[in-house]
Structures are given as C-alpha cells and as structure tokens.
Design a protein around this ligand. Structure first.
Ligand SMILES: Nc1ncnc2c1ncn2[C@@H]1O[C@H](COP(=O)(O)OP(=O)(O)O)[C@@H](O)[C@H]1O
Ligand SMILES: [Mg+2]
Length: 237
C-alpha cells in the first residue's frame, strides 16, 4: 500500500504516552484488536485508559464488557489512577456490562452474552472492550465462543467501532485460547513479563496490525500513578 493510502486510514489517538508511535500513529478504526498478555501486565489498564481518553477528550461512547473482575473493582482501579469512570457513566459516555457467571449454566452464559452483544449493536458505541475472551472460554466451549466473537467482529465493522479484545496469556501452564481469535482480529498486541537480572520487567510488542506501518520492536511498559505508559525499545537478553 502506498504511503498516501496508509495515511487515508482513519486512526484514533489513544492518549497513552508512547503508544501511538509504536502502532503507526494511532489505532485504525474500524478494527478489532486482540490485546493478549500475562496476568498483571496492564491489559485492563491499557484498554480502559484508551476508552477513558476517547470519552473525555473526544466525547466518544464506550461499552466495557467485564467477565473477569467486577465492574466496581475496575471503577476503583481507575479512580486510584485519577480516572473517574463513574462520572462518564453518569454522562452516558461509559456503560459497563458485567457477567460473573461462576455457577450459571452454559445456556445462561451464552444467552447473556448474546444479549450484551445485541445491546452493543443497537447502542453503536465508538469503542468496545471485551475483558476477556479467555473468561468466555472458561465459561463456554470454544465452538460456542467462536460465533460470538465473529458477531462482535462483524458489528465492529458494521458500526465502525474500535474493539479491544483482551486475552490472558497464563504465566503457568498452557495458553487456553481456542486459536481463532488471532485470525479474526485485525491486530494482535502482546504484553509479557520478562525476567531480567534486575527483576521482572514488562514489555509490549505489536505483532500484527492491519493497514498500519507499526513497529515490530519490543518496548518496555510501566503502570505509573497516572496509568499505562510505553517506555523505550527493549532488547531481550
Ligand atoms: N495504582 C497503581 N499504581 C501503579 N501500578 C498499579 C496500580 N494499580 C495496579 N498497578 C499494577 O497494575 C497491575 C494490574 O494491571 P491490570 O491492568 O489489571 O493488569 P491485567 O489486566 O493485565 O491483569 C498490578 O499487578 C500492578 O502491578
Ligand atoms: Mg485485567
């Protein structure tokens, strides 16, 4: 694709320090991007921070589907980082959809997720976070998760959303992704903890991002008092 054509793609700035530079000048929209990472690498922080930035700076609306921790815990996490999600909810810029179905039947979970997705389709938000695809796979067999993800990706493109699909990469044991998310997603960004002589550090790597001239290097990341930041390039030892 020529330079001009790449420049024509609509990109959204994320407001995350250092992040837009490594993805080629913001995230393309519409697109569904898989954000996969080890526990505690900042997936929830990164996704929520992008949503917060788009809402506060650009007046955009987001939906946040949470299946891995209660919405209240997410509200508290962001409040401690100086971001008031509750205020955005009052202004109808943010909507949480929580599903914590530890004792529910497969049938219940599938119907609840279908209803959530239908609400997203009719509300047509600018941004959607699914936190997480791994939790869906914990509650439903992969053959029931795949059509739900396909539906989300179709709606993403029909409505013109930026969708961030979060996936857990366990530190211990095998990855429990069904293997389809990577192929239906327009982008794949990975966050990993790395052992160094100084201790544990966290890095980010943009593996794939359609329509974007993105970096392929590894970058260090950190969560500070004001949220997620991308540091400089990081060599793997
Ligand atoms: N207020 C804070 N200041 C700095 N770092 C924090 C703060 N709160 C959480 N963290 C760090 O962020 C991590 C959790 O980030 P989170 O986005 O929930 O990760 P993930 O969703 O990938 O599991 C914690 O493990 C901790 O290291
Ligand atoms: Mg999380």
């Amino acid at each position: 694709m020529s330079g001009e054509r790449v420049a024509e793609i609509k990109r959204v700035d994320t407001g995350v320090p250092g992040f837009d530079e490594i993805v080629g000048g913001g995230l393309p929209r519409p697109s569904a991007i898989l954000l996969a990472g080890n526990p505690g690498t900042g997936k929830t922080t990164l996704a929520g921070q992008i949503a917060y930035h788009r809402a506060t700076r650009h007046g955009e609306r987001f939906f946040y589907m949470t299946l891995s921790e209660p919405a209240d815990q997410i509200r508290l996490h962001f409040r401690l980082l100086g971001m008031d999600l509750h205020e955005l909810e009052e202004r109808k810029l943010a909507t949480f959809q929580e599903l914590m179905p530890f004792t529910a039947s497969t049938e219940y979970v599938r119907t609840a997720l279908e209803n959530m997705i239908a609400k997203v389709e009719s509300a047509k938000p600018d941004l959607l976070v699914v936190d997480s695809v791994s939790a869906m796979l914990q509650f439903l067999p992969p053959e029931q998760v795949r059509p739900l993800l396909s539906m989300i990706v179709r709606i993403t493109h029909d409505v013109g959303m930026l969708t961030l699909l979060i996936a857990e990469l366990p530190m211990l044991g095998p990855v429990r992704l069904s293997g389809v998310e990577e192929f239906i997603a327009d982008g794949l960004i990975i966050l990993r903890h790395e052992e160094t002589r100084e201790g544990l550090t966290t890095r980010i790597n943009v593996v794939k991002l359609r329509l974007s001239r993105h970096s392929r290097e590894h970058y260090g990341v950190a969560i500070t008092d004001s949220g997620f930041i991308v540091l400089g390039p990081m060599r793997l030892e």
